[in-house]
Design a protein around this ligand. Structure first.
Ligand SMILES: [Zn+2]
Length: 457
């Protein structure tokens, strides 16, 4: 079993102080200066019981039913993690503590993980590009807490920070998903989703596309055929459906079938060198939401979001998004970037690399990005930013990988401002080429066949 939470009380004090400032952008926890492992319980000393709590004999214990865990996020037919241990053995000596204290331990642990800057990039103007195997770190934090602590039984408690009631079932669901992952039956996505529910309540972290708010689509093997979408409640907007490479693609009636077929072909090619990625994408319920025109606000999950091209899916999100009219297919000979390819690259980072704890990638990518900026390989590019936000090096660093892989996959000269063909990348940015080909295929592939006849139009 590998638990890697190395924090000193001093670092936690800094993190807590900065977190208390209320602006997550200024939370920069300095790199861990000591290799000595300090148990999480010590690291979060302020929330520990001042004396060792005795398990209190309480009559309420008998009143609490043994609830069945909700496994709606764990339909894992084809992928499982490597078992790390047994919950019944490894968690058996956990001390019972007050439920509020237990929630505070988890909340502080999550805060620490979210701000862990091991693989962050900070620009000279303070902009942050975040990176790292966050889901793996959350899982490790959860295991470390579970080995030492368990909440005393409760029916319902008021959350110490958030304005919501926590039900015993929320704890049961979280704990079951933690054990599923620990014992090799489940992935990390259910762990982080259920932890969000435990700590934040029914609506998760406030993001309208949080997976807690939207039921997952069933995965149906469609082959290269667009079929009627088996849309869950609230997602009736989606009437068209196709699947491939473990990924579900849905869209409304106004998205042309050709856009679905082109998107499916791209993701099948992108994952062809790493079939295991497909297993993970499927197990994690990866979905692409296509929209025909306008921006993401036409989609039911993102009615408040006005992204014109699309955005990626993170570990706790319902889906990623992409503008169908920015795709290239017969009848829509679009020359330029492809948001399905681009956002799937980001999505693989979150959904696959965070699951696999792909340190090899995290250690390299921002170093390569900095080098590409310093040597002029990566020029500023068009990017949709929030009003008032200006592009700085943190944006370039954060986009470098997805932009370069997008160019590598399309391999069409002039479709990107830099890194537009495999040959160019191999010649000008060879270490990046090595990293790309660690994950993506080297076989020839023709992106958008026929577009070459329409480039002047
Ligand atoms: Zn991007």
């Amino acid at each position: 079993m590998k638990i890697r939470i190395f924090l000193t009380a001093a670092l936690v004090a800094i993190a807590l102080f900065l977190a208390a400032c209320g602006d997550p952008k200024v939370v920069v926890v300095v790199a861990t200066p000591t290799p000595a492992p300090v148990p999480a319980a010590t690291a979060t000393a302020q929330t520990q019981p001042t004396s060792t709590p005795e398990p209190q004999p309480t009559s309420t214990l008998e009143l609490i039913p043994t609830l069945k865990p909700d496994r709606s996020y764990t339909s894992l037919s084809s992928y499982s993690r490597t078992p790390e241990g047994s919950c019944s053995q490894d968690f058996s000596s956990a001390k019972q503590i007050d439920a509020i204290q237990y929630l505070e331990l988890l909340g502080d642990g999550l805060e620490d993980v979210r701000n862990r800057d091991t693989y962050f990039y900070e620009s000279s103007s303070g902009g942050l590009a975040r990176n790292g195997p966050t889901a793996t770190w959350i899982f490790e934090m959860g295991i470390e807490v579970a080995i030492k602590w368990a909440p005393e039984s409760f029916l319902s408690v008021r959350h110490p920070y958030r304005d919501h009631d926590v039900a015993w079932q929320d704890y049961v669901d979280y704990h079951a998903s933690l054990c599923d992952a620990y014992e090799g039956r489940g992935t990390l996505r259910p762990v982080v989703i259920h932890l969000d529910k435990l700590l934040w309540g029914e609506t998760g972290n406030g993001w309208p596309g949080h997976a807690l708010l939207w039921k997952p689509f069933e995965y149906i093997d469609t082959g290269p055929n667009v079929v009627e979408a088996p849309s869950p409640e609230g997602l009736e907007h989606y009437t068209k459906y196709i699947s491939g490479a473990g990924v579900i693609i849905v869209g409304g009636a106004d998205v042309p079938d050709e856009a679905f077929l082109a998107a499916r072909e791209a993701i099948i090619f992108m994952t062809s060198a790493r079939p295991e990625f497909r297993e993970i994408l499927k197990a994690q319920q990866t979905r692409i939401s296509l929209f025909a025109s306008g921006d993401t606000s036409v989609l039911p999950e993102y009615s408040t979001e006005n992204e014109p091209g699309g955005f990626a899916m993170g570990m706790t999100d319902a889906s990623m998004t992409a503008a169908a009219e920015w795709l290239c297919y017969p009848g829509n000979w679009d020359r330029g970037g492809n948001p399905v390819i681009h956002e799937l690259v980001h999505t693989i980072n979150h959904i696959v690399f965070e699951e696999l704890n792909e340190i090899y990638f995290y250690e390299r990518i921002y170093v390569l990005a900095q080098n590409a900026i310093d040597t002029g390989l990566l020029a500023p590019f068009e990017q949709h930013l929030e009003p008032g936000e200006e592009q700085d090096n943190s944006h370039l660093v954060g986009e470098y990988w997805a932009m370069a892989v997008e160019g590598y996959i399309m391999d069409r000269s002039g479709f990107k401002d830099s890194h537009d063909t495999r040959d160019w990348i191999q010649e000008n940015d060879p270490l990046l080429y090595d990293l790309i080909t660690r994950y993506f295929p080297t076989e020839p592939w023709t992106y958008c066949p026929g577009v070459e006849d329409h480039l002047d139009q």
